[in-house]
Write a protein that binds this ligand. Structure first.
Ligand SMILES: [Fe+2]
Length: 343
């Protein structure tokens, strides 16, 4: 059976093509999500309990789901697309897959830094990209800012994943936003010169390499460190205990932040259900669940998460720049990383 036929049948099963019955059309929500956490199940069940709207969830890899929505085009059954990292949200925005949603509730609950001013995407949880160090090799006061990572004293001591990964492109994008392209170019060249090894693996690999002494410093999103801290495997816990966190740029702009988030799709068959779902995700309880599922922070101020490991990281100053700017800077970020020879 051709793929298109599969998708049409799927859409029909999902209620996207059922004609004429407004109630039936709005009583289902087709959610494409790159998140796969058990806590999310409870979140969706609670939404259905509150609203009577059933959620059909299609899970997939971040990039595969985006390609799928794009390929489905006007026939896509998807109502809401949820993914991680502003780079991916920005790419989705550029591809024109999002509708512009006006929601006074979302606009009042979610700080301006974490949502698109035009309402195409909204952040629902936040992560920081921090400097992690091996406690045996580095003292807490030895470095303060992302800028310090380019200093010659760190030659051969830093582990970092590929510069092409959206997490690093967002970080480089933030350096471009704050320092300008020329200084960001010098910075990424300096960081590249300080790498302990050619980039390989994900953030967890950089953390375990730093814990094992292969390098002294790793760059990672906070939730990867928290996963090691909360792991049931003794080796992971031991690795986490070897590591300390530097909250970067606390005396100036604050730590570079990123989001998990999503938006309503332009061809959503159930736009009203989609709006209600996003507004639900900004509620206190949903915020706590959504963030805790991946050891992140809720974006809505004042929402508490019962996660001692998260609390153990302490309070910090977060960069207040609109994360959309970091997405927009990604093409330039890739260019200057390439120029630096940082793969
Ligand atoms: Fe990740």
């Amino acid at each position: 059976m051709p793929l298109r036929t599969h998708l049409l049948i799927l859409a029909a099963l999902m209620g996207g093509l059922s004609p004429g019955r407004a109630f039936a059309q709005q009583s289902v929500l087709n959610l494409y999500t790159a998140r796969h956490y058990q806590t999310d199940e409870a979140l969706y069940a609670d939404f259905t309990r509150q609203t009577g709207i059933r959620i059909n969830r299609i899970e997939g890899g971040e990039d595969a789901l985006f390609e799928r929505v794009r390929n489905e085009g006007t026939n896509s059954p998807a109502d809401v697309f949820i993914t991680v990292d502003i780079g991916r949200l920005w790419r989705a925005e550029q591809a024109g897959i999002f509708a512009k949603l006006r929601s006074p509730l979302l606009e009042s609950r979610i700080p301006p830094a974490y949502r698109d001013p035009d309402g195409q995407w909204f952040g629902f949880s936040a992560r920081a990209r921090v400097i992690v160090y091996n406690r045996d090799a580095v003292k807490a006061g030895d470095l303060h800012d992302y800028e310090d990572l380019a200093e010659p004293k760190w030659r051969g001591r830093i582990c970092m994943r590929s510069s092409s990964h959206p997490y690093n492109l967002s970080l480089i994008g933030s350096m471009i936003a704050h320092l300008g392209e020329a200084k960001a170019q010098a910075w990424i060249s300096g960081v590249k010169n300080n790498l302990a090894r050619d980039p390989k693996g994900g953030d967890t690999d950089q953390l375990t390499a730093a814990a094992a002494g292969e390098c002294d410093i790793a760059i990672a999103n906070t939730y990867y460190l928290l996963r090691l801290m909360r792991s049931s495997r003794a080796g992971d816990k031991a690795a986490a205990q070897k590591l300390g966190v530097v909250w970067p740029n606390q005396d100036n702009r604050g730590a570079h932040m990123n989001i998990s988030g999503g938006g309503v799709l332009r061809h959503a068959p159930h736009p009203e259900a989609a709006r209600r779902f996003l507004e639900y995700l900004a509620g206190d309880q949903a915020q706590a669940y959504f963030a805790d599922g991946n050891n992140e922070w809720p974006v809505v101020p004042g929402v508490k998460v019962n996660n001692p490991a998260l609390d153990s990281l302490g309070r910090f100053r977060a960069d207040a720049i609109n994360v959309g700017q970091l997405g927009r800077n990604q093409p330039v970020a890739q260019r200057i990383a390439d120029r630096a020879g940082f793969r």
